[in-house]
Ligand binder design. Structure first.
Ligand SMILES: Nc1ncnc2c1ncn2[C@@H]1O[C@H](COP(=O)(O)OP(=O)(O)OP(=O)(O)O)[C@@H](O)[C@H]1O
Ligand SMILES: [Mg+2]
Length: 268
């Protein structure tokens, strides 16, 4: 594994992504521009179906999504040319909105295998067991959880804690968290947020937080907020933009975006 840069930069330039095949092909991302540096926290907010999860999956290399234009680089290296495993080794981490079950694989084995794949060598068993235990304590997770199969029958809150546990142990350069706050009760929201904040305080992690609610942004203060509508970033601002969105919704942005699309069609 190459040495990780002290400061990592994830750069997304004019990213276009489609889903489906043949006549069913649909362009979801329509020119996304976004830069996330380590040490920064970015929130992406936008209406349902605007393509936020598509952006996360495309960066992670999900095979359902076809990149038709633009670039994604991490420290100048072409992320789109990397396999999914290479992306993880390069320091990218994705916590999905709907994580998959991994039957027959315990949380503890899953985490150790992932850490081994990312670091290029197996973590020392004694320190590893201690690390897992202390991280689970901090996330207020029952130790028995380590022996459960990954995501099998996990409650919504357990899935999200498990994601943060992964992030804590795998120590990525850039973490993309897709609706980590959905389905969390107030205590779990605080615990999960504290997990993210611990990581921010300890090291130079860059966080891309996709969310619908400003609630989580009270705990995890974003440096930048991006409004995402119809497959691209349409406005950027600081933390105060999230409050504006909460009060006013996305209607004005959606209207502008529809008008721009209509004008484009008229021109064509
Ligand atoms: N595999 C797929 N096949 C067909 N359409 C898809 C596929 N994946 C995504 N889409 C469509 O792309 C659009 C964007 O979906 P996406 O999940 O990225 O939105 P989102 O912004 O994350 O929404 P939400 O806020 O509801 O999570 C939606 O219209 C969705 O139906
Ligand atoms: Mg989504």
């Amino acid at each position: 594994m190459r040495e990780r840069e002290e400061v990592s930069v994830l750069e997304i330039r004019d990213l276009h992504v489609t889903v489906g095949e043949g006549d069913d092909t649909k362009e979801i991302l329509r020119g996304v521009d976004l830069t996330v540096r380590s040490g920064e926290t970015h929130a992406i907010m936008g209406p349902n179906g605007s393509g936020k999860s598509t952006l996360a999956y495309s960066i992670a290399g999900h095979p359902k999504y076809t990149v038709t234009g633009g670039t994604v680089t991490l420290d100048g290296e072409d992320v789109l040319a990397m396999t999914v495993d290479e992306r993880a080794r390069a320091g990218l981490f994705l916590a999905m909105q709907y994580p998959v079950e991994v039957p027959g694989v315990s949380v503890s084995n899953f985490l150790r295998t992932a850490a081994t794949a990312i670091k290029g060598e197996a973590p020392k068993l004694r320190t590893w067991v201690k690390d897992v235990k202390s991280e689970m304590d901090l996330l207020e997770m029952d130790p028995a959880f380590a022996e459960r199969n990954v995501n099998e029958g996990f409650s919504g809150g357990e899935k999200k804690r498990h994601e943060i546990l992964q992030m804590r142990l795998l120590k990525p350069a850039i973490a993309i968290l897709d609706e980590t706050d959905s389905g969390l009760d107030v205590d779990a929201l605080r615990i999960v947020s504290e997990g993210v904040n611990r990581t921010r305080e300890e090291g130079e992690i860059g966080v891309l937080l996709i969310t619908h609610y400003t609630r989580i942004l009270r705990y995890i203060k974003p440096d930048f907020v991006h409004v995402f509508v119809a497959g691209k970033v349409v406005e950027e601002g600081g933390a105060e933009l999230a409050d504006k969105l909460e009060n006013e919704g996305y209607a004005a942005y959606v209207k502008d975006s529809n008008e721009a699309a209509a004008a484009e069609v008229a021109r064509a």
